[in-house]
Design a protein around this ligand. Structure first.
Ligand code: GLU
Length: 291
């Protein structure tokens, strides 16, 4: 194993479907092709959206598809203290502030958090938001190329901790990618426009910025993301080969028709894995933002 460390970080909000299989396979192949380590992290930050048993079923399905974490699986629900420390650090430096604005108030003020919400009256439930710098953040994605975003204009003061006490994905993912020494993040392009926020958080928290590779998104027939919440079909753990081949084709890779064994197919796919063949796609919602 060399210094490459990748990960697949599903939220346990449903069973593994084709879209999440593509993300798992893309990150696994990249890690194997680089001779590195592949980790699975369960992003169970949001209990109200969780489906009981989904995390265990996802891990079992990944196993049936020949992919198991090289190190013990980590669950974000067990790591709250790390997010607390990171948030405290930001608050101390004036980079996070309490905000009790409702969605309606924010709409009315054009999402501006000025004096109106600082500080919220004592005892008011409030979120913690990042004090976004007025800067452009860009990075070179291994598939998509250069992607740049103006944090203040395109995103605004984003939530780090919700007013129900739950930590937000943006903070947790940055803390955990650094804690796990992730050298490259491979994930779906729906998270492309989250990446500048994450790079900003890495910088202000003094954490390293990994490389990024965003995979094309699997869309349903209406052009919408194949979400776990939509009634998308779970992949069939009892018959992994057809879905694995389809996922390889989706990633622009040969579908290894000659291989009838899951592990052999994965081995061959890793050997011939070529990221220049992965179709680059920027979701239209995101393309609109950066125009
Ligand atoms: N947990 C996120 C999801 O399931 C993915 C996070 C990431 O890969 O950064 O959509």
């Amino acid at each position: 194993m060399n210094g490459y460390r990748g990960r697949f970080a599903p939220s346990p909000t449903g069973d593994l479907h084709f879209g999440s299989l593509v993300a798992a396979l893309g990150s696994w192949l990249r890690a194997r092709a680089c001779g590195g380590t592949w980790l699975v992290r369960i992003e169970d930050l949001d209990p109200p959206r969780e489906i009981a048993g989904a995390a265990a079923r996802m891990l079992a399905t990944l196993h049936a598809f020949g992919m198991t974490s090289d190190e013990p699986v980590v669950a974000q629900s067990q790591r709250q203290h790390r997010y607390t420390t990171a948030l405290e650090h930001l608050v101390e430096r004036g980079l996070a502030f309490p905000c009790a604005c409702s969605r309606k108030q924010l709409e009315d003020s054009g999402a501006l958090h000025v004096a109106a919400c600082m500080p919220p009256p004592l005892g008011t439930a409030h979120a913690w938001r990042a004090h976004c710098a007025d800067i452009e953040i860009g990075f070179d994605d291994a598939v998509i190329g250069r992607y740049t975003q103006s944090l203040r204009r395109d995103v605004g003061d984003f939530v780090l901790k919700r007013n129900d006490g739950l930590y937000a994905y943006q903070l947790a993912v940055v803390v955990d990618d650094a804690a796990q020494g992730i050298s490259e993040v491979v994930r779906g392009a729906d998270l492309l426009d989250s990446t500048p926020r994450q790079i900003w958080l890495q910088r202000v928290l003094g954490l390293p910025t990994p490389d990024y590779l965003h995979l094309p998104l699997v869309l349903d027939e209406h052009g919408r993301k194949l979400g776990k919440s939509l009634a998308s079909q779970p992949v069939d753990a009892a018959n992994p080969l057809p879905a694995l081949r389809a996922a390889l084709r989706f990633l622009g890779q040969p579908d290894q028709l000659g291989c009838d064994d899951v592990n052999e197919l994965l081995r061959c796919a890793a050997t011939s894995f070529d990221i220049t063949q992965i179709p680059a796609s920027v979701p239209s919602r995101i393309a609109g933002i950066s125009d």
